[in-house]
Design a protein around this ligand. Structure first.
Ligand SMILES: Cc1ncc(C[n+]2csc(CCOP(=O)(O)OP(=O)(O)O)c2C)c(N)n1
Length: 588
């Protein structure tokens, strides 16, 4: 029976049907649900790793030992995993190894746009590019055979539109995959120069075989209609092209590295004008040119950033709009904000007061960069807060500079902040590092991590002792602070940046994410003493608003969770908590 599945769920299902036994990942939108779905399948082992490099290395080990393995990550995760990835294309695999790289054109939840197909081309790893969930399932299922046949990992590259759109799929049964047996083979797996050089030859010979295979591969297909216009496209863009240009002939590429040069040339000969339609990069156009085909220029160029839509495709070709729904331009914006009661809020409020240079990192707390908190100077990649703070300290040493403070979440600290901190300690760096330990990986949907000790399939684990770890690293000053206590946050930061300015301090701000335990305390309200000074509003809590004319504050009782952060900032005792007895179900 057909089922509705997102592209991510379909990839998990396809891997399961292929007999994949092991799944590893680090969460990241738009890839996260893939491993969560795989973890729910019967007879599989799945885990979150500390980062994508670790995940790929675990996957490679499991593959070497003979298991079919799935590893998933978002596009920027592939950067982290690039080191083992390039060499895995030399070692090859044991059991099939499939890597999902989920791209995010439009940057709905990412710090950049990247086209992971370039990784396939650079590392000489085949790339499958599904355009809906059915194809995602079939490609994931078939990718294991492909991986084993060509002795190479296979990348499935999806984009957010494929990963998150639910379309019908026909699920199948699980194949009984016999694990390949393991026998030591250093010439294949020990990549020192003496062994790597012959493996490079193996790789080059494999590229030739892949180029021949791709000409017959059923995932590349010519759909001949009117031959006045022919379009080369792949992935989600295929759906936009079909909607925008229903009469056009299409060469739909399901494999986007390597490209089928022969098929491309045949298609180019069969159509009067050939266009390459793609989003987020010029990867396909460049590869099509390299295959000896010159695409036609668009009357008005396709954007190189963001997602495409049927309307954008038609506009680029100078065609009138179709009578269908583009997103209306007048939808009110809903900028993201830290949740009401978020334990990260006061740290940013106090950092703004200190006028610190704040090197930020990636997580919910990146929202501390936005008004009204406006307390972050940099945010580049996971783990960068700690190492960039060290760079600031080095460059500003000897000057009368603003305090330098790094801010990093618990999951991000485990991902890559830890190695940055080791480097700072080793080099006797100064500055302050704030670890915002909200007991979860909140940004991507509250996954487990080493510091909360929760595993993906609920197996027993060890909750890493963060304070003990910092002590073992010999960080000169370490303290734990409740981030909901404004006075405690203020004095801890002051002490670190003033009294201990010449040495490294780490402050662990520990309080659970409000979405972990949705226990509402009695809410707060604004009494008649409000002067409209606006200090409470400067906390950026979505539950607090101000009257446009009177400037008097009010608290939305439906959103307030009773954290009491705002009351600590009111100089006029105008914010009060309702008695517990007035709460529904409260003591009478
Ligand atoms: C290399 C990389 N992998 C994954 C992500 C996706 N991602 C963004 S923030 C984040 C973790 C945030 O967790 P934490 O540091 O604990 O902060 P919180 O959101 O809980 O405040 C992840 C996994 C990313 N941006 N970059």
């Amino acid at each position: 029976m057909r089922e509705l599945m997102s592209g991510n769920e379909a990839i998990a299902r396809g891997a399961w049907e292929a007999g994949a036994a092991i799944g590893v990942a680090y969460p990241g939108t738009p890839s996260t649900e893939t491993m969560e779905a795989f973890a729910r399948c019967d007879g599989v082992y799945a885990e979150w790793c500390t980062n994508e490099k670790v995940a790929l290395e675990v996957a490679l080990g499991a593959s070497a030992a003979g298991a079919r393995t799935l590893v998933t990550m978002k596009h920027v995760g592939v950067n982290v995993a690039a080191d083992p990835l390039f060499t895995a294309a030399y070692t090859g695999v044991g059991g099939g190894l499939v890597l999902l790289a989920a791209d995010d054109p439009g940057m709905y939840s990412s710090q950049n746009e990247q086209d992971s197909r370039y990784y396939g081309a650079a590392a000489h790893i085949p790339v499958l590019d599904p355009s809906d969930s059915q194809e995602a399932l079939e490609m994931a299922r078939d990718a294991y055979g492909l991986s084993e046949r060509f002795d190479v990992p296979v990348i499935i590259r999806s984009t957010v539109r494929v990963s998150h759109t639910r379309t019908p799929v026909q699920p199948g049964d699980r194949a009984a995959a016999e694990p390949a047996s393991y026998a030591s083979d250093p010439a294949k797996w020990v990549m020192m120069p003496a062994y790597a050089k012959p493996r490079r030859k193996v790789q080059l010979e494999r590229i030739d075989r892949l180029r021949r295979w791709v000409e017959e591969c059923p995932y590349n297909r010519m759909e001949m209609r009117d031959t006045a216009v022919g379009v080369v496209c792949s992935g989600a863009v295929y759906q936009h092209v079909r909607e925008a240009l229903p009469e056009a002939s299409v060469l739909k590429l399901g494999v986007t590295w390597p490209l089928p040069a022969g098929m491309l040339n045949r298609f180019a000969d069969a159509v009067a004008e050939l266009y390459v339609v793609e989003e987020g990069s010029r990867y396909l156009a460049e590869a099509v040119r390299a295959a000896g085909v010159q695409p036609a220029a668009f009357p008005s160029p396709l954007p190189e950033d963001g997602e495409l839509s049927p309307g954008i495709v038609r506009r680029a070709l100078g065609l009138p709009e179709l009578p269908h729904r583009e997103r209306p331009a007048d939808i009110p914006a809903r900028p993201p904000a830290l949740c009401a009661g978020c334990p990260h809020r006061l740290v940013f409020r106090e950092l703004a007061r200190l006028k610190a240079i704040v090197t930020g990192d990636i997580g919910c707390y990146t929202l501390g960069a936005l008004p009204p908190l406006s307390a972050m100077d940099t945010c580049v990649d996971m783990g960068a807060s700690v190492s960039m703070a060290h760079g600031f300290e080095l460059a500003l040493a000897g000057t009368d500079h603003r305090p330098v403070v790094a801010v990093i979440g618990d999951s991000t600290f485990a991902h890559s902040g830890l190695s940055s901190l080791v480097s700072t300690v080793y080099n006797r760096g100064a500055g302050t590092v704030c670890i915002l330990d909200n007991r979860t990986t909140a940004m991507t949907g509250r996954q487990g991590n080493p510091f909360n000790g929760e595993t993906l399939q609920g197996r027993p684990s060890t909750e890493l002792d963060l304070m003990g770890l910092l002590e073992a690293l010999q960080v000169p000053h370490v303290r734990e602070v409740d981030p909901n206590d404004a006075q405690a946050v203020r004095s801890a930061l002051k002490q670190a940046v003033a009294d201990e300015a010449d040495e490294l301090s780490v402050i662990v701000f520990r309080s659970p994410c409000v979405l972990l335990h949705r226990q509402r305390k009695p809410f707060y309200f604004v009494n008649g003493s409000c002067t409209g000074c606006g200090v409470c509003v400067s906390l950026g809590c979505p539950a607090i608003a101000r009257d446009a004319e009177t400037r008097i504050a009010s608290i939305d009782s439906a959103q307030c969770i009773g954290c009491g952060q705002c009351a600590q900032y009111c100089n006029f005792s105008a914010i009060e908590q309702i008695p517990a007895s007035s709460m529904p179900g409260g003591a009478k």
